[in-house]
Design a protein around this ligand. Sequence first.
Ligand SMILES: [Zn+2]
Length: 378
Amino acid sequence: MTVLGFSGLLMMGLLAVGQQQKAAAPVAASATGAAKGISGPFSSRELAQFTALGPIDTHTHVYRSDPAFHALIKRLNLHILDIVVVDDQDPEQVSLEAESRSAWGFVRDSDGRAAFCSSFDPYKVADPGFAAAANRGLNRDFDQGAIAVKIWKNIGMEIKDANGNFILPDDPVFAPIYEDIAAHHKTLIAHVADPSSAWAPENPASPDYSYYKENPVWYMYNKPHPASKEQILAARDHVLEQNKDLRMVGAHLGSMEADFNQLARHLDRYPNFAVDLAARMPYLMLAPRDRIIAFILKYQDHLIYATDNEFAPKNQLQPKLAEWELTYARDWRFLATADAVDYQGRTVQGLALPGPVLRKIYHDNAVRWFPGIVPTAH
Ligand SMILES: [Zn+2]
């Protein structure tokens, strides 16, 4: 579900990253003599520090169980939330039933290291008895131990009502579902809307240009009567206001990745709202370092570590294993150390966040916002 290309962001010139390299700790020289940051898998020292936190990743999509994959999760001492979502563009995610079966299989094989995040099929929104049927499915998953429910950007950006209007997250048809999630004390993960470039004229320099070229269903600019990003986020906020007992975690920085002031206002305003960092680490990397450190320190109770890592039947095993570890290693260096971190050919200085803050972002906040994500007996 990642839509962000790092190089495109850099082309936008959001930040002169090079200015922040002065205090960077040990920087290896490349063959050409240019300063390079650290990249690659964890060193044994880094791995010891990472695993000591009891790291949790609250945003993954795993639809496949493999011993080598379970071994990786164990070696990294990870707990993960495995999220199902219905996507009519992806043959492996069209059927909620088949996808859920695979994900539950993985969760049951995980020795308590994976928890399940359920969903419902929003493409059935016009069916009679839609909400009751959705709740029956969710309650079946809750009975089996599911701890959360995901809604996705197809609500607001793809699915239309009988009049051809995009259905928004606060459509009354969803109200009984939100009430049921809150009544069961489960958490709602809301990935609604997308980066702003989805609503802007085509721009090859945009970080999302190739994503929308390949996935035109999510490109809103030329759509007749699209919902605006502001409208969709306002509908999401309306759900927060109407469901004060509902814990909501906004995926991908709550789709406010490009405006940390807007995100701060939301976190100030809604005590039942937190956000995950999934697939938006480059936005943190590109924001002015002092500012992003101050932001993280201020909102340290409402930011939850996550990646959007995926492991599906279509993936090759070994490259995926490597990709998962590289993601955790890169993010760890950036958040926890002052090292120069190499990311897709660029070098940024790590934030060196204090230990107690790292502990919240990597562990405590996930436990608080997703009760049950770590089994109590584990
Ligand atoms: Zn995702």
